[in-house]
Design a protein around this ligand. Structure first.
Ligand code: ADP
Length: 198
């Protein structure tokens, strides 16, 4: 990078000469620096320094991560199932949030762990209490779409103080099909992947 900074634009051949290396030895290193955005290359001109800092490049990379790259499979229950069955589903599926759908499988609500706990400390009969009585319901559900930026969803998780957001596909009538979910775990995975790329 110092050689390119001082001499750019400079060809791969010339860099190799200065380092007493072959062009072939150098090729993977130059490819990494170019892919990471520190250097840029133009055919027949050579390599030049982009002047971008690590932080700028990190920001650029963050803005290239989409929901579809990190979403996982959603777990849904019908709005008529009992709170008892929803609790069983939450354990069996090992998730912290269930999405609730109507008979057309369109999104109508969200059930968090605490929603189910709250219902459980009341005096209600859990096996006959339907989840649509206790869920957080539409239109108050925060959703995202597969082509949204992941950073936007991360901001929603913080601002709304929630753990999970359904990934939806909107129909022409404005209904929402649940196609995925983004949780704090997905965001953490993206964070780790960014660090490993660096
Ligand atoms: P917990 O309640 O277990 O701490 P959350 O922080 O995710 O889990 O949920 C807090 C409240 O927000 C719950 O009442 C839940 O129903 C609701 N909630 C969870 N996810 C969403 C969402 N995507 N949109 C709207 N409300 C949500």
């Amino acid at each position: 990078m110092q050689i390119v900074k001082d001499n750019g634009p400079i060809t791969g051949e010339q860099i190799a000469d200065q380092l007493n290396l072959t062009r072939a030895t150098l090729r993977p290193d130059l490819a990494i620096l170019t892919m990471a955005g520190y250097l840029d290359a133009r055919p027949r001109v050579g390599y030049f320094y982009t002047g971008k800092t690590g932080t700028q490049l990190l920001t650029e990379n963050l803005n290239k991560i989409y929901v579809k790259d990190y979403q996982s499979i959603p777990v849904v229950v019908n709005e008529n199932v009992s709170v008892y069955d929803a609790i069983v589903t939450m354990f069996l599926e090992d998730v912290g949030t269930l999405f609730v759908v109507d008979e057309n499988t369109y999104l109508v609500g969200v059930l968090s762990r605490k929603d189910l706990l709250r219902a459980s400390i009341g005096k209600q009969e859990l096996s006959t209490l339907p989840v649509n009585i206790i869920m957080t319901r539409m239109p108050n559900i925060t959703t995202c779409e597969k082509d949204d930026l992941l950073i936007g969803v991360a901001k929603d998780l913080i601002h709304k103080q929630i753990d999970s957001v359904p990934v939806v596909k909107k129909t022409e009538s404005g209904d929402m099909e649940v196609t995925g979910r983004i949780t704090k775990t997905n965001i953490t995975k993206a964070f780790v992947a960014l660090a490993e790329e660096e």
